[in-house]
Design a protein around this ligand. Structure first.
Ligand code: SF4
Length: 490
C-alpha cells in the first residue's frame, strides 16, 4: 500500500516574516512515529512542505495529514484535492482534535487525540476496508511502540535531525493550553519506558539531541533514570522544562551532568496576577531570578518564553519584560501575543464574554491579536510585540545580556548563539538552499559545549523549593507527535 504523510506548511511560509531556518530545525517526528505502525511492505513517504515541494499529482492509496491551527486551511485544501480524485484522506493533530466538526468535512477519517494507539487500529480497519469516520485515542501508552521510522526523515534538510520525544503531554493544566483539549478522555501525561527511550537515543548518530517534550522533567523518576542512563553517552542536549522542576531538588543538576546545555523555560509573564488569572497558580510569586541563576551556574542557556496581552498587562509590559530578560541574561526569547486556541478554557472564557474578534484561524499564530485585550488597543499590543523582538535582539541588548554571565565562556557562547540565530539570516538561507545544514552541526555543538562557572561564583541553589511550571502558549513546533505548542524561536 502506498501511504503519503504530509505536514502542510504553516501560514507563515507565505509571510515576509518567514524565516526558513526556523522551520528547518526539526523533522516531522509525529508523522515518522505514526509511520512506524505501517507494514514493512507499505511504501511510505513523508513530505514536509516547509522544507520541500509538495506535489499533489500522485495516486497514493492513503493520505495522512497533520493539522495545526495555522496550516488548517492549507491542510483542508490538500485534503479536498486528493479526495476529489477518490483518494482516502485522514486528518489528525491539535486543530482536528479541537474542532472535529470542521475537520471532518475535509476528511474520510479524523483522529482525535494522540495517534499512538488509534492509528494502528485504523490501519487494521482500513486494510479490512472498514475504516471508521472517527478514531478517539482511548488507550494511552507508549509501552512497546515501534521505533520511529527515522529512515523516512530526510536528515540533510534539518538543522536538528536528532529530535526526540520520550513523553506525551504534561502534568499541569493551564487554561490556555491545548494539552487538556488534546488529551481529553484519558491520561494527559505519560512516558516511554526508560530502556526504550535510551535505546532510541542510542540509535541517533552524533552528539547533539533535542528533546521536544513539553516538559522533559515532568516525571521526576523517569527523568532521573533517563539522565542516569545517559551518563557516559557523550551527548549534548536541549529541551523544555518548568520553572518548578528547575528549582526543586537536584534533577536539573542531573540533567546538566547528562549533557543539558540549553532549556526552554516558560516564564510567560513577569506579573503573577496573569498566572493567577490563567490558572497557573504554580507560577504565582515565584522567584524567577533564582531560576535564572541556577541555570546560569550550571552553564545552561535559557530560551525564555513570554506572553503579551493577558488581562493584567498594561502598555508598559513590553519594555518591562525586555528589560528584565536582558538584565537576567536570558539567551534567546520567544515572545507571543496571547492566543485563545479553540478547545481551551481560555478560549471559552473569552468567547463567553464576547471578546473573540475573529475565527480566521490564520490569525491564530501568536503574532496577531484575535481577541479584545483588556488594557490596551489591538495596535498597541501588536506594535509592542514587534518592538519587544526588535529591542531584545538589538546588538546592544545582545551584548548587555551576554555580559550578565559570570563565566567568560558562557558570555561568548551566549553572544555566538544569539547572533548566530538572529543576525545571519542570509547565511542560513544559503546553507538551506544548498541542503548543507549538517555543516552547521559542529558549530552548534561547539556553542553548546560545557561551561564551568567558577566555584566561587556559584551559590548554593540546590535548596531552592519554589514550585512553578511553564506556559507553552504557542503551538510548539511542527514535528511532535501529539500535543506540543511552541515553535522554537532559538
Ligand atoms: S502550558 Fe505548558 S505547563 Fe501548562 S499545561 Fe500546557 S504544557 Fe503544561
Amino acid at each position: 500500500m502506498k501511504i503519503k504523510m504530509i505536514l502542510p506548511a504553516l501560514l507563515e511560509a507565505e509571510s515576509p516574516a518567514w524565516r526558513p531556518v526556523k522551520y528547518s530545525l526539526f523533522p516531522p517526528l509525529g508523522l515518522a512515529t505514526l509511520a512506524a505502525h505501517c507494514a514493512p511492505d507499505d511504501e511510505v513517504t513523508i513530505v514536509d512542505q516547509h522544507v520541500e515541494p509538495l506535489s499533489l499529482d500522485d495516486e497514493p492509496d492513503l493520505v495522512v495529514i497533520q493539522v495545526y491551527i495555522t496550516n488548517a486551511y492549507r491542510a483542508y485544501a490538500i485534503a479536498d484535492e486528493y479526495r476529489a480524485r477518490g483518494i482516502y484522506v485522514v486528518l489528525g493533530g491539535l486543530h482536528v482534535t479541537s474542532i472535529p466538526a470542521e475537520a471532518s468535512v475535509h476528511a474520510d477519517t479524523i483522529f482525535l487525540g494522540p495517534g499512538d494507539c488509534s492509528f494502528p487500529k485504523f490501519l487494521a480497519d482500513f486494510r479490512r476496508l472498514k475504516p471508521k469516520p472517527q478514531y478517539q485515542a482511548d488507550a494511552r501508552s507508549l509501552v512497546g511502540i515501534p521505533p520511529i521510522r527515522r529512515d523516512l526523515i530526510k536528515r540533510k534538510l534539518y538543522l536538528v535531525p536528532n529530535s526526540i520525544v520520550v513523553t506525551r503531554g504534561c502534568p499541569f493544566h493551564c487554561s490556555f493550553c491545548y494539552k487538556d483539549a488534546f488529551f481529553k478522555g484519558g491520561k494527559s501525561f505519560y512516558t516511554q519506558q526508560v530502556d526504550e527511550a535510551l535505546r532510541e537515543i542510542d540509535r541517533l548518530p552524533g552528539k547533539h539531541l533535542y528533546f521536544l517534550d513539553d516538559h522533559l522533567l515532568g516525571h521526576r523518576k523517569f527523568a532521573a533514570e533517563l539522565f542516569a542512563g545517559m551518563q557516559g553517552m557523550n551527548r549534548l542536549f536541549q529541551g523544555a522544562a518548568t520553572v518548578d522542576s528547575i528549582l526543586r531538588g537536584n534533577l536539573i543538576e542531573q540533567a546538566a551532568n547528562a549533557g543539558l546545555r540549553s532549556l526552554f523555560v516558560g516564564f510567560e509573564s513577569i506579573n503573577s496576577q496573569n498566572h493567577l488569572a490563567t490558572g497557573k497558580t504554580q507560577n504565582v510569586n515565584r522567584d524567577y531570578e533564582k531560576v535564572v541563576k541556577r541555570l546560569d551556574d550550571l552553564g545552561i542557556m535559557i530560551n525564555g518564553s513570554f506572553v503579551f496581552g493577558l488581562d493584567h498587562d498594561k502598555p508598559d509590559v513590553f519594555d518591562k519584560t525586555v528589560d528584565w530578560a536582558v538584565e537576567q541574561g536570558i539567551t534567546t526569547a520567544t515572545f507571543h501575543i496571547a492566543t485563545p486556541y479553540p478547545g481551551t478554557d481560555y478560549y471559552a472564557q473569552l468567547r463567553k464574554t464576547n471578546r473573540i474578534v475573529t475565527s480566521n484561524w490564520d490569525k491564530y499564530d501568536t503574532r496577531h491579536v484575535v481577541f479584545k485585550p483588556k488594557h490596551m488597543d489591538k495596535s498597541v499590543l501588536e506594535n509592542g510585540y514587534h518592538r519587544a523582538y526588535k529591542n531584545f535582539y538589538s546588538w546592544r541588548n545582545i551584548g548587555r545580556a551576554s555580559l550578565q554571565h559570570r563565566s567568560v565562556k558562557h558570555r561568548v557562547k551566549h553572544f555566538a548563539y544569539t547572533t548566530g540565530w538572529r543576525k545571519f539570516e542570509p547565511l542560513w538561507d544559503v546553507v538551506i538552499r544548498a541542503k548543507q545544514l549538517k555543516l552547521m552541526t559542529p558549530m552548534l555543538e561547539g556553542v553548546l559545549s560545557k561551561v564551568t562557572t567558577p566555584k566561587s561564583a556559584v551559590s548554593d541553589s540546590s535548596s531552592a523549593s519554589c514550585s512553578e511550571s511553564i506556559v507553552h502558549f504557542k503551538e510548539r513546533n511542527l514535528p511532535t507527535p501529539v500535543s506540543s505548542f511552541k515553535p522554537p524561536e532559538y
